[in-house]
Design a protein around this ligand. Structure first.
Ligand code: MRU
Length: 355
């Protein structure tokens, strides 16, 4: 029985403030984080209260609408307000480097603000246009995820077991999901889908979030340790591996949660298709290859600790890259709102790189 409306209300606007499902405390409890200024929203993004590439973009877009509203309260002319917005845009852009959706959404709302100011619109007119744009980004994301979900569902047999990594579900997007959206769409199409979810060390997005939302939606989900993926693939229990992505380069190299690349290697070894599901906002025409993608490195404390307990000796160092890059040649196809795009990606990615 679902505890939330679906698509999930991951990012909402309430009287000038941004309300987020607090993903740091799931599945222990379903709680909300209210952000009433930009530093609070930046903290929510850095701490992964809101996370997942499309959801970060949606949250940041709403952040710029909030920034403008706060500047309106402080007073000043629209050119001065634009300077405040630009400052907040920089703060939001500095939160996480890898997911291109963040920069895409900030550019989209920021350039709208610049053109509305240049055209002489009033502060109130600009404020309502920026909020409308942020809401449009959210609604478009849900629509893109539903469309890519339908395209991806057709790749799965009537009864299928899917292996996924991290959380590329409703919680990571405007509410419907990319990789997990394919699973929802397959179920909506009457297919019988079972899911293995990698736990996804160190922050357990698979165990905590993917398992929570699939169970919430009544889908059969089994959590495995990341190191068990090879075994389920070798046992022939997986029909397809499907993950999301944070940034996809023009040649098809794709950055996603650390541990995705080894899954792609394993899928190739066991002759299982490896799909990446992503909307156009995750494809980056300005990044030629995966080697150019900036990989976020997070606090080693996330590796040293299991919850409150330190699991490494004090003398040990830890390294905590948050993402890895899967080379294009290991990707069977991209599942997008423009359909299923297969190699050669330098040709087939045209519609999603055109933006
Ligand atoms: O660090 P996170 O939790 O933001 O990482 C999220 C992922 O890696 C997702 O797979 C990716 O953003 C795609 S979400 C549709």
């Amino acid at each position: 029985m679902s505890s939330l409306p679906f698509p999930f209300p991951v990012v909402a606007w309430d009287e000038g403030e941004i309300v987020l499902i607090d993903q740091t405390v799931l599945p222990d409890r379903l709680d909300w984080r209210r952000c009433s200024d930009i530093p609070a929203l930046c903290r929510a993004i850095v701490e992964l209260a809101v996370r997942g590439a499309p959801a970060i973009g949606v949250a940041a877009a709403h952040g710029l609408a909030m920034s403008w509203r706060l500047a309106t309260v402080s007073g000043g002319d629209t050119t001065q307000m634009l300077e405040c917005l630009e400052n907040d845009r920089r703060l939001l852009a500095a939160t996480r480097p890898t997911a291109v959706n963040l920069f895409w959404a900030l550019d989209r709302v920021g350039s709208l603000a610049r053109s509305l100011v240049a055209d002489g619109n009033s502060a109130d007119q600009i404020g309502s246009a920026l909020l409308t744009e942020a809401r449009r980004i959210l609604d478009e994301d849900v629509a893109m995820c539903r469309a890519l979900g339908r395209a991806g569902a057709q790749l799965l047999p009537d009864s299928a077991t899917v292996l996924t990594h991290c959380n590329a579900g409703g919680l990571a997007t405007g509410g419907y999901g990319t990789a997990v959206g394919v699973i929802y769409s397959a179920r909506e199409a009457g297919k019988n889908i079972r899911v293995f979810a990698d736990e996804t060390r160190p922050l357990l997005q698979g165990a905590r979030l993917t398992a929570w939302e699939l169970a919430d939606q009544g889908i059969d989900v089994t959590v495995i340790c990341d190191s068990a993926a090879a075994t389920v693939l070798r046992q022939g229990r997986i029909d397809a591996v499907i993950t999301g992505a944070d940034r996809i380069a023009a040649n098809g190299d794709a950055a996603n949660k650390i541990g995705t690349y080894p899954l792609a290697v394993l899928a190739a070894r066991h002759d299982v298709p490896f799909y990446i599901a992503a909307p156009a906002s995750t494809f980056d025409p300005d990044t030629a290859t995966g080697g150019e993608i900036v990989i976020e490195e997070r606090d080693p404390a996330e590796v040293h600790r299991w919850g409150e307990i330190r699991v490494t000796p004090e003398a040990a160092a830890a390294w905590n890259p948050a993402f890895d890059v899967t080379p294009a040649e290991l990707i069977t196809a991209f599942i997008t709102e423009h359909g299923v795009l297969r190699p050669a990606f330098t040709e087939s990615l045209g519609p999603v790189l055109a933006r």
